[in-house]
Design a protein around this ligand. Sequence first.
Ligand SMILES: C[S@@+](CC[C@H](N)C(=O)[O-])C[C@H]1O[C@@H](n2cnc3c(N)ncnc32)[C@H](O)[C@@H]1O
Length: 276
Amino acid sequence: MRYLRAALGDRLTSEELGLLPAGFDRVGDIVSVSLPPELMHRAPEVAQALLELKDVRTVALREGGIAGRLRRPRIRVIAGGPSTETTHREGGCLFKLDVARVMFSPGNLYERARLPKLVGPGEVIVDLFAGVGQFSIPIARHARPSRVCAIELNPVAYGYLRENIRLNRVGHIVRPLLGDCSTVAPRGVADRVVLGILHVTHRYLPLALEVLKPSGGVIHYHESVPSGLRFERPVKRILQAAAGREVEIVGKRVVKRYAPGVDHVVVDARIGSSTG
Ligand SMILES: C[S@@+](CC[C@H](N)C(=O)[O-])C[C@H]1O[C@@H](n2cnc3c(N)ncnc32)[C@H](O)[C@@H]1O
């Protein structure tokens, strides 16, 4: 990475410079970075260099992926202030969250900006995996839905979701619901359903179809998929779940590279009426 290489050029050996990570994440005033084991002894220098970036208060080390059903990150503060709570400003929205307790992916930035542009006036949206409001808040701020139902299972994320609804003054549009979407999602109401989760998304396709109005609507289906199967597998899964209902694929894009050889993709599918 150019910044770290330049900042540490006179302190690290050329071998160590070659091990520097390709990037770092920034959420609010917190920067998080992963280091390979061979560079861990240089964590203090890397942290100090990142702390010198403009408006950075805290530097944290990412130690492995995001854990479990509640998507809890594994991170540890290595420099700066100890608090991992921050407020991230993006596209005219505020997202308050604790980066050590809930997930917020800087790599989904374009998707958070794209989705509101697809929402028509008066639509009812159901966001099955709302997190801290990553999709629900921009939709409520930048589109003109009549209602957004934002469902979240993790009580910590749900607390921030409620706070973000308040901070962004969208309480008249976004209705937060705490619980498992399989149980608490309203059925037969939505023009558009957002399935913003990875790994298990296909299991929730039958639910998403139930949540749509009987006349049909659009689903935004996210999946982590081997690059070779990039759109083939998600489209196949949608067609399977639709079981004979009309399906039109109206959009597909790679959101980000998830891991080596694995992409995070989103497929937008218009599902026809359930009554044929
Ligand atoms: C990976 S985060 C994504 C948040 C947001 N949709 C995004 O894409 O940025 C997934 C969220 O879904 C929540 N979640 C997982 N299973 C759930 C379920 N069955 N019902 C409701 N929320 C769930 C997790 O707690 C987590 O906050």
